[in-house]
Design a binder for this molecule. Structure first.
Ligand code: ISL
Length: 536
């Protein structure tokens, strides 16, 4: 592996949900100026890139994931001048900027769809998936919407159905139409020309649907969407050549990066779409679906590692804007100690770590009453499924009203614990989760074994312990993570000379590193240790 620094390989990518990060103009919605005011915070945290969830004009039926103009900024977030300022201010601090491209569907308010629905012979008709009724009035096939109900919406005016895999206000584009393809590649170019360094591609493997629109076969599941095998409404063979084309374009602009949000993700699928001539990376969300048990993570990481051999580059994510925050998901307690173990893992695995705003201070999901729910699937399925608002609450900057996010009531409720959990308080506390993230990120940056090094799981550990070795040239780093709430006595691999072990990071600094005469380490509950064992 080359020793030259490559930001998307060696660096850390931090996802910002702009409407919840910082509200500089005090209208209750976060904005670009707000992000600019906190770039120093991000530089100090040590991230190499930020990915902005959508900031384009949008009617907000799906909070920006329904785009009505791909080449502008929604006035609630600011304007193009603010965007240019953000790019240059970020670059000034060696922070790259990634845009979220939502190209599977547009908003129904996008001028393309407005044209398309006008008449069957409108030049934009074929930009979307319009089909006549089947057998009189039935939808063209059995495809469903992820957010509930049928995937087809009947349009009275022109007497046909259009397909939407998400909300009816998010019609799917017809990527087989060369004009759509060309328009979308121009969207990439537009942002590249403005200085953007990379992209996150929303639902990229959904771009193409079966040309014959065949019915999906059934399977067992709770919701309509889950009761089908999605073999015809995603992952079609036309996708790979398109990814090749996207990659060529990105490479011809410099070292621009693209990570795909693998829809209906599996590790095999993520791998299939990433690598040379394809996307740089595609998310493997299996990691986010594990219970907090060392053995489960070991299996999942091992599988992802194996798939990425010999020359794939994994990425890891514990949090994003679609799933409950890891602290809430795993019911972390022990005063953030377990969150430190998760951080130590994320930042020492072989692969690009993705962080999500607020993860570094251990934000929890906010609990909302039925009337406060904003997310459409949450409204639809309450109380069975409460939607994704919980992980999208305003960033907790300090203990001022509204957590320093805004001076007015924000678009979504602030988590009530913000007075004791916020950036300001954690910066001042040397033992805080935030300071642990900062230290671990610094260590990672200065330790080639932790970025480019090989990865090897250690066997023979107690059941609550995940341990692995990262190695680069002569540098060997041992990571030992106690996932359990009890103590764990852990052996060293026999080749380690325990007398020359050097402590690099200890998540429970109050416990000194103690190696017993029989060459074992006793880990406290939820303790993470990162050790230099090069001299063994
Ligand atoms: O979030 C999910 C379930 O809770 C997923 O099914 C999610 O909808 C899917 O992974 C696609 O997500 C992306 O596209 C959606 C948008 O709502 C999500 O926020 C986005 O990440 C439609 O654009």
């Amino acid at each position: 592996m080359s020793d030259e620094y490559i930001w998307w390989r060696d660096g850390i990518i931090y996802q910002i949900y702009p409407r919840s990060f910082m509200d500089a103009n005090n209208d209750g919605v976060g904005d670009l100026k707000g992000i600019i005011t906190h770039l120093d915070y991000l530089a100090d945290l040590g991230v190499d890139a930020i990915w902005l969830s959508p900031v384009y004009p949008s009617p907000d039926k799906d909070f920006g994931y329904d785009v009505s103009n791909y080449v502008d900024i929604d006035p609630r977030f600011g304007n193009m001048a603010d965007f240019d300022e953000l790019i240059s201010a970020a670059h000034h601090r060696q922070i790259r900027v990634m845009m979220d491209l939502v190209l599977n569907h547009t908003s129904d308010q996008h001028p393309w769809f407005q044209q398309s629905r006008r008449s069957q012979d409108n030049p934009y008709r074929d930009w979307y998936l319009w089909r006549p009724c089947r057998g009189g009035s039935k939808p063209p096939n059995n495809w469903q919407s992820v957010f509930g109900g049928k995937g087809w919406e009947y349009d009275l005016k022109t007497g046909e159905y259009y397909f939407h895999i998400f909300l009816r206000e998010q019609p799917d584009l017809n990527w087989r139409n060369p004009e759509v393809r060309a328009a979308m590649l121009n969207v990439f170019r537009f942002w590249l020309d403005r200085g953007v360094d990379g992209f996150r591609l929303d639902v990229f493997n959904g771009y193409f649907k079966d040309a014959a629109l065949r019915d999906n076969p059934g399977r067992f599941g709770l919701r309509g969407f889950d009761r089908q095998q999605h073999i015809y409404d995603a992952d079609q063979p036309e996708l790979l050549p398109l990814l090749g084309e996207i990659r060529t374009m990105l490479d011809s602009h410099g070292s621009n990066y693209a990570v795909g949000e693998t829809f209906l993700s599996s590790p095999e699928k993520a791998l299939k779409y990433s690598g040379p001539g394809k996307l740089h990376a595609a998310f493997n969300f299996k990691v986010t679906q594990q219970r907090w048990q060392a053995a489960r993570f070991a299996r999942c990481i091992w599988e992802w590692e194996e798939l990425n051999q010999p020359d794939g580059w994994p990425s890891y994510v514990l949090n994003n804007h679609d799933i409950p925050r890891s602290t809430t998901r795993y019911h972390f307690d022990l005063a953030d100690r377990m969150a430190k173990v998760a951080a130590a893992m994320l930042l020492t695995l072989r692969g690009t770590p993705f962080m999500y705003y607020g993860e570094e201070i251990g934000m929890r999901d906010v609990r909302l009453s039925r009337t406060d729910i904003m997310d459409p699937p949450g409204k639809k399925y309450w109380p069975l499924y409460k939607g994704r608002d919980g992980c999208r609450a305003p960033m907790q900057w300090n203990d001022h009203p509204q957590a320093g996010f805004s001076t007015v009531k924000p678009w979504l409720k602030v988590h009530p614990e913000y007075r004791k959990r916020n950036v300001q308080q954690q910066l001042a506390d040397p033992d805080s989760l935030l300071n642990f993230y900062r230290a671990a990120i610094r260590l990672r940056r200065n330790t080639p074994a932790l970025t480019r090094g090989t990865f090897r799981l250690l066997e023979g550990m107690p059941s609550s312990v995940l341990a692995y070795i990262r190695e680069q040239n002569s540098q060997k780093v041992l990571v030992i993570l106690n996932f359990g709430t009890g103590r764990a006595v852990t052996p060293f691999p026999e080749w380690v000379n325990t007398r020359s072990v050097k402590l690099l990071l200890n998540s429970r600094a109050e416990n000194e590193l103690a190696i017993s005469p029989n060459e074992r380490i006793t880990l406290a509950p939820a303790q993470a240790l990162i050790l230099d064992v090069s001299q063994a």
